[in-house]
Design a protein. Structure first.
Length: 366
């Protein structure tokens, strides 16, 4: 099995799954077409296809057809997932993602008909086949409640491992200058890092920014704004996941953007993206940004990714007392529930909060 990238005539990117004889795997193609009709982003589609590649490789390994899968077979698939690839022993989150993808695939045909009308991944009336071991279950779910899979694994609670602290951010930021890039690339990469940290933007939102998206510098104001706008860019690395919004930022960041655009950024009349390649002036792609983050992480011993900065931005807002609705709006979440994963308070923040409580409390003193 192999995943092939494809581009539609209108410039949109997608992915298709092909077998070893270069035939398109039709059930996956039908499912992907449906996802695209629903408005799924190219990155979402590619993620689904990559997960389904593993599932169809397992079907080959088992000698099964897509429509022959029964609930009792799924523990074997979990074991296959656990052992495939370079990293053995997948996390519950990874296994659950595969199961959710496969459940969505079967649910599509269960609802619309076609290859099969049975979803082996979904609990029906809280029942489970007697041949399955309890160790594979998180809990039994009634379908009328919510469509969890039979085999959803229990996640172990962890600390906020994605949060980065100020000293780490400062060390990482300064180290960008020592990576052997030319001065223009250094200026660009430092500004990308700063923009990600000070806005909480997704990497796709930063790469999507155009020169007209930030407000004019103004010495009389402390804040400016950066607009997240859907410019209709067909490249998956620069497509938005959320509605448009304006995000307040410090005026110093506005001046930094203005200085980069006017004095550093290569000029190409037909390209309005702020962040472009140093040689050809073409819009940057995700891989370029992720590569320099990986290089600096290796050099400093401090692991930071673009998403870690987004997570840190949300956490710092929470520690300063901003409510989830504000943080959700600023980060561009479709639901306030999504914001909770970014708002892990550090021990220092909880200590400071309790100190304020102790100072101002009006309750009984015992």
């Amino acid at each position: 099995m192999r995943v092939e990238r494809a581009v539609y005539k209108d410039g949109r990117h997608t992915a298709i799954l092909m077998d070893d004889e270069y035939n398109i795997v039709e059930p996956v193609l039908v499912f992907i077409n449906w996802l695209e009709l629903k408005g799924a982003s190219p990155n979402t589609v590619i993620g689904y296809v990559n997960d389904l590649k593993v599932f169809f490789e397992w079907l080959q390994h088992e000698g099964l057809q897509f429509y022959q899968v029964k609930p009792a077979y799924i523990p074997r698939f979990i074991k296959f997932v656990d052992e495939c690839g370079l990293k053995k022993g997948k996390s519950p989150s990874t296994v659950n993602r595969y199961l959710a993808t496969i459940s969505s695939l079967y649910r599509h045909f269960e609802v619309l008909g076609g290859y099969t009308d049975i979803n082996p991944m979904v609990m029906v009336k809280g029942q489970r086949p007697s041949t399955m071991g309890r160790s594979f279950f998180h809990h039994t779910i009634n379908r009328s409640q919510v469509d969890y899979t039979y085999f959803r694994l229990k996640k172990q609670k962890k600390g906020n491992t994605r949060r980065v602290f100020p000293s780490q951010i400062e060390t990482f930021y300064q180290a960008i200058e020592n990576m052997g890039y030319n001065e223009h690339v250094i200026a660009r990469n430092k500004l990308i890092f700063r923009t990600l940290y000070e806005t909480g933007f997704r990497i796709s939102e930063v790469l999507n920014l155009r020169v007209q998206d930030f407000s004019q510098p103004n010495l009389d104001e402390k804040l400016g704004t950066i607009a997240v706008v859907d410019h209709g860019d067909p490249h998956p690395d620069r497509q938005l996941k959320t509605l448009t919004r304006k995000v307040p930022v410090g005026m110093s960041l506005i001046y930094a953007l203005e200085d980069y655009v006017t004095t550093v950024r290569p000029y190409k009349p037909e390209v309005a993206n702020i962040f472009v390649s140093d040689t050809k002036g073409e819009p940057l792609v995700r891989k370029t940004v992720e590569s320099f983050f990986q290089e600096v992480s290796k050099a400093t011993g401090i692991k930071i990714t673009p998403h870690y900065l987004r997570h840190t931005h949300g956490t710092e807002l929470a520690e300063l007392g901003y409510d989830n609705l504000y943080i959700s709006t600023r980060l561009g979440h479709k639901s306030v529930e999504s914001t909770k994963q970014y708002t892990h308070l550090s021990l220092e923040a909880t200590v400071r909060a309790y100190e304020r409580f102790e100072t101002n409390r009006r309750g009984a003193r015992l």
